[in-house]
Design a protein around this ligand. Structure first.
Ligand code: NAP
Length: 300
């Protein structure tokens, strides 16, 4: 299974392909329902990174032929006003997906806001209902980053049945749903975390490695099994070096070291992170189809 040269999985190209498939499906939805799928994004406060992210989502939603509803609220918005907006969006027939940009300013009870989102419109897969559906193996809307990893893995490996997978990290939005998704694909899944005793030993047996940690270059090349497929979800900014305007972005895997060992690996940037918005659009179209009683669009 080992190739002479590792494939670098191009997240941007993968996302472009997914966006094309979505764009082709939107008119079919529109023909059947008389309307376009709609995504509502709620941004509270003026965090610059969130503003950039929300603007990119708006652009991508429009480019896919969907409706984009943006709600920008001041940082001092009251909890009850935000919940009232979420409830209004829950009731709005033109809205199929609701995304509340996190983190919220500190005075919010984030859990209560998340729980107010209609699970059938929860395109970020963050409500307890969708976490439960995923754990039970029933139809669920799944958090975009782990779902993007799974779609890329299927693309690279086809059938994942029987493969040994190690997910490093057990967060609610990334590590845990990732492990559940791989289990549904019939992988043998191990979840590692900060208390794991022998991470190198576990990784040396893994056909699939998902890094969901947030520690720069934690995973060394010689910890990886020859021929492994590695998806690096970490986004870590290093300290600024002389001559650099910004610190370099790196993943959780020592990329250069890993290359001679692996079959395929995602780079950082341009890997897992590049797929998130396309998967959000995919989830919006799937949510819209489910709400309209239509079959899930093919190829998504
Ligand atoms: P998180 O909530 O901080 O979780 C990190 C996980 O890593 C925890 O489960 C933690 O274990 C584990 N961990 C920490 N140090 C470890 C070590 N030395 N060995 C093994 N496990 C260790 O982070 P997250 O939200 O899941 O995000 C993880 C990374 O993915 C971050 O770099 C984040 O920026 C990135 N991310 C990327 C995307 C994307 O679109 N690419 C989306 C979301 C997140 P404990 O549970 O024991 O503390």
């Amino acid at each position: 299974m080992t190739k002479d040269v590792a494939a670098i999985i191009d997240g941007k190209a993968f996302a472009a392909g997914l966006r094309e498939r979505i764009k082709a499906e939107v008119p079919k939805f529109q023909e059947q329902t008389g309307r376009a799928p709609g995504l509502a994004v709620v941004l509270v406060g003026d965090d610059p990174a969130s503003q950039v992210y929300v603007a990119s989502k708006h652009k991508a939603t429009m480019a896919a032929g969907m409706k984009s509803f943006e709600h920008r609220l001041p940082a001092d918005t009251k909890q009850e006003d935000l919940i009232a907006l979420v409830e209004k969006l829950n009731a709005d027939e033109a809205v199929d997906g609701i995304l509340v940009q996190l983190p919220l300013p500190p005075h919010f009870d984030e859990k209560a806001v998340i729980e107010a989102i209609d699970p059938d419109k929860d395109v970020d897969g963050i409500t307890p209902v969708n976490a439960g559906r995923l754990a039970l193996g029933t139809e669920a809307l799944v958090s975009c980053t782990p779902l993007g990893c799974l779609l890329m893995l299927r693309d690279e490996l086809g059938d994942l049945t029987g493969l040994d997978a190690v997910v490093v990290g057990r967060s609610i939005l990334f590590g845990k749903p990732m492990a559940q998704l791989l289990l549904q694909e019939n992988c043998t899944v191990t979840m590692a975390h900060s208390r794991t005793r022998d991470l190198p030993g576990l990784l040396r047996r893994a056909d699939i490695v998902i890094a969901a940690v947030g520690v720069p270059m934690l995973i060394k090349g010689d910890w990886l099994k020859p021929g492994a497929v590695v998806l690096d979800g970490g986004i870590n900014r290093l300290d600024i070096e002389p001559g650099e305007a910004k610190g370099r972005l790196v993943g959780d895997v020592a990329f250069e070291e890993a290359l001679p060992h692996v079959r395929a690996i995602t780079p950082v940037p341009g890997g897992v992170g590049a797929t998130t918005i396309a998967v959000l659009l995919r989830n919006t179209l799937v949510a819209a189809s489910m709400r309209a009683g239509l079959a899930k669009p093919e190829g998504l």
